[in-house]
Ligand binder design. Structure first.
Ligand SMILES: [Mg+2]
Length: 319
């Protein structure tokens, strides 16, 4: 685990306080798992924009700060990306700073982190992590099950770092800038829709150090978090590759929509078999989302017990 953070903490010591793998697991039971059946970690993996937060994170503070109307800004991004056949995410990351520079607004890493404080979250999100931990705690008390939350977002690492929920995540994979590398902050890592799937495999294989290649073959048996122990939460088309990877590998997916707003996209995803369930993005205990998520968790917990029993049985005959 220490290995996972070494790169980041060395490069950016400021982050060490709440850096991913340092974040304490909501429940710890890994010590028991070390010598026994090792696949008892459940991973809940979230998209951010539209899934945990109603709007793209840049709209709350970054765009207003540089005097941009969000609709006009995204329209311009999409137009440039289309005309130039450029990647839309690189285009937005570049355009934000180009515009800030043109208006003489200086935005550095600390400013971006500070902007994260004003990002709005869907109802119940802040209490969700504790409530899910409680739910699993009651049902898996003696089983040594560990719960982890992960974020995979095309948005910005720095803004997410400033949000109140950052400490709940075991790790955050998001797009990131390289500050002071060039004239303008330069995209250091861009997480596209399909690129997101790489991070699902990183969680699955336990290779969270981004300096380490993910492509080397690892037999299923050696992967610490099977897809079957994972649930992915997303809100739309940009989550289709991730949902497809999850479902094809025996994992689970839930689609959410803004409460009270159209659920057409969710219905499409559900009908196309992209997700197990969909629900309004209300994370309050007892909500439809809570109930459907815990149904999947019940199944994961039962499966862990089955797998562990089979593992024990195999050990007795292999001796
Ligand atoms: Mg989204």
């Amino acid at each position: 685990m220490a290995e996972q953070v070494s790169l980041r903490t060395k490069a950016q010591p400021r982050r060490a306080a709440n850096s991913g793998a340092n974040a304490k697991p909501v429940r710890s039971g890994t010590a028991a798992a070390k010598s026994g059946f090792g696949k008892k970690t459940i991973a809940l993996v979230y998209d951010f924009d539209g899934t945990l937060s109603p709007r793209p994170m840049q709209e709350y503070t970054f765009l207003p700060k540089i005097g941009e109307d969000p609709k006009a800004f995204w329209r311009e991004c999409n137009r440039i990306a289309r005309e130039q056949e450029a990647d839309p995410l690189i285009t937005y990351m570049h355009l934000m700073y180009q515009k800030a520079k043109a208006r003489n607004v200086r935005i550095d890493r600390d400013d971006l982190v500070a902007l994260g404080r004003d990002v709005e979250l869907f109802p119940g999100v802040e209490a969700w992590f504790g409530e899910i931990a409680k739910y699993i705690g009651i049902r898996a008390e003696s089983q040594g099950v560990e719960l982890r939350h992960y974020l995979i977002s095309s948005g910005l690492v720095e803004i997410i770092e400033g949000t109140r929920i950052r400490p709940h995540f075991h790790n955050v994979f998001a797009s990131e800038y390289w500050f002071e590398a060039y004239d303008l902050p330069y995209p250091k890592r861009v997480i596209t829709d399909t690129g997101k799937t790489q991070y699902l495999f990183r969680i699955n294989k336990g290779i969270e150090n981004l300096g380490q290649s993910i492509n080397e073959h690892m037999p299923e048996g050696a992967r610490p978090i099977p897809f079957g122990n994972m649930i992915y939460f997303g809100d739309g088309d940009t989550d289709v590759p991730s949902m497809a990877v999850m479902r094809k590998n025996g994992g689970h997916a839930i689609a959410v929509h803004t409460p009270g707003k159209s659920k057409t996209k969710c219905i499409d995803l559900f009908r196309a078999g992209r997700c197990d369930f969909f629900a309004p993005a209300d994370y309050t205990r007892g909500s439809e989302l809570f109930r459907r998520t815990t149904l999947l968790i019940d199944r994961i917990l039962a499966n862990i017990r089955l797998e562990e029993e089979a593992w024990r049985l195999r050990r007795t005959i292999d001796r």
